[in-house]
Ligand binder design. Structure first.
Ligand SMILES: Cc1cc2nc3c(=O)[nH]c(=O)nc-3n(C[C@H](O)[C@H](O)[C@H](O)COP(=O)(O)OP(=O)(O)OC[C@H]3O[C@@H](n4cnc5c(N)ncnc54)[C@H](O)[C@@H]3O)c2cc1C
Length: 405
């Protein structure tokens, strides 16, 4: 792999870093103090500024109005945007919308693209993705109770979902529902587009996550579908294609997440080092003179460098060979980077002492909202299991497939 980054890309990343530091860092304390909704008018102004600078939709092809960055380039950008919780949102490349844009581009009909994709690309609306159910282990994604039954020209959807991130204020959801229970598990479910002003849909609540239920885009909804009727033309791709499409959505999505987590690591690392150099534990004795603090710094630097190269390599593998061929690399980065981030953020919190756990420090946000990185998009254990199975297969042992068998 060629690790050199063209000068033009470096200049672009430098300009984005400057923008993030100047325009977005000031939001961090206000975000916590006032809540996300109160920031929306100011964020709308910043999003317009991003559009004017030609940075809007970095992950989307030029044909669809984006910047057309490669996966590796977008990964590098994601590390810049990830330095602050609002970075991706301001560039319209935030989860879950980015994944929904990708699948609508790949699988949407012209009509679906006009209704759902185009306003999403413009940033006029937001969306969400409803797959996980509280009654079933999300780590076994083929196990679900939500159904979509044909009735005349419609599907009638019934089900209960949670962790439908960003449901509050979203205009539509992509819901995963069983359309044929008699098929093999991986062909039972389909993805269906549901406008959220549908009378059969209810946002029950925003789920409190470690003391913070959040608002709007920055929230996780519990939702219900009760005789929720949508036209059959809202089916995305074909019937039974739900899991195949989900796989398409997850490969590049994990690169985006992992590089965002690298951004979180870099920001935490920088603050930790600056504090270690400045904070004195006795007159004229900076914290950084203590060997245990030096160890946090050295370990963190080594772990971040290693994680970053692993993710860029995985992105390169996806670009060269496709997400399916790069499954092992994708699983490896998912649990490695999530754990690296957890360790680095924790060391930074420790280094900053009491200040590190206040809501004045950005870490409290990272601590609360990024700990789930080891759970969503496949818990650590599931990824480790799948990597080990593949490796053991090469050594002649075949272990039955399926998340929890
Ligand atoms: C912040 C956040 C955002 C999310 N956003 C979305 C969203 O937008 N849309 C959506 O549909 N879902 C979303 N999810 C749900 C997420 O995908 C699930 O939480 C995840 O799939 C795990 O499912 P579960 O919570 O039911 O845990 P379970 O499946 O019940 O697993 C619990 C724990 O058991 C362990 N475990 C599971 N399987 C194995 C195994 N095979 N071997 C060993 N240990 C195992 C793991 O440690 C796991 O954490 C989100 C979750 C979080 C926390």
């Amino acid at each position: 792999m060629d690790f050199s980054i063209p000068q033009q890309t470096q200049d672009f990343l430098g300009a984005v870093r400057e923008f993030v530091e100047k325009e977005l860092y000031p939001f961090e304390r206000r975000d916590h103090a006032r809540g996300f909704k109160a920031l929306l008018p100011e964020l709308a102004r910043i999003r317009e500024d991003v559009k004017k600078r030609g940075w809007w939709l970095p992950q989307i092809s030029k044909e669809h109005g984006g910047l057309g960055l490669s996966l590796v380039e977008h990964g590098l950008l994601s590390a810049e945007l990830g330095r602050t919780p609002l970075g991706h949102y301001c560039f319209n490349c935030q989860a879950p919308d980015a994944g929904n844009m990708e699948i609508l581009i790949q699988f949407g009909t012209p009509e679906q693209q006009k209704t759902f994709l185009d306003p999403l690309l413009r940033g006029d609306i937001r969306s969400c993705f409803a797959m996980t159910e509280p009654e079933h282990a999300g780590s076994n994604p083929v196990w679900m109770s939500t159904t979509a039954v044909k009735d005349g020209d419609d599907y009638v959807i019934n089900g209960h979902k949670w962790y439908t991130s960003s449901a509050e204020g979203a205009s539509f959801t992509v819901v995963m529902a069983v359309t044929d229970p008699n098929q093999d598990p991986h062909f039972r479910a389909s993805m269906i587009l549901v406008p959220l002003d549908n009378p059969g849909y209810t946002l029950v609540r925003n789920i409190g996550v470690m003391g913070d239920a959040g608002e709007d885009w920055a929230s996780h909804g519990e939702v219900r579908f009760e005789n929720c009727r949508v036209p059959q033309s809202n089916l995305l791709g074909g019937e039974g294609m739900g899991f195949a499409i989900a796989q398409e959505r997850l490969g590049p999505g994990r690169i985006h997440h992992c590089m965002r987590w690298i951004g979180i690591c870099e920001r935490s690392f920088e603050i930790m080092c600056a504090h270690a150099a400045k904070r004195e534990v006795a007159p004229g004795v900076p914290l950084g003179t203590r060997q245990m603090v030096q160890q946090w710094i050295a370990d963190s630097r080594a772990e971040i460098n290693a994680a970053r190269l692993m993710v860029l390599h995985a992105a390169w593998c996806i670009e060269q060979h496709g997400a399916k061929e790069a499954r092992e690399e994708i699983s490896l980065i998912k649990f490695t980077v999530a754990n690296t981030m957890q360790r680095v953020v924790d060391r930074a919190v420790q280094c900053l002492g009491g200040y590190g756990v206040t809501d004045d420090a950005v870490f409290s946000h990272f601590y609360r909202h990024e700990r789930p990185a080891r759970i969503y998009d496949g818990p650590d254990e599931v990824h480790k299991q799948s990597v080990a199975k593949r490796i053991l297969k090469r050594h002649g042992i075949t272990i039955k497939s399926g998340a929890n068998q």
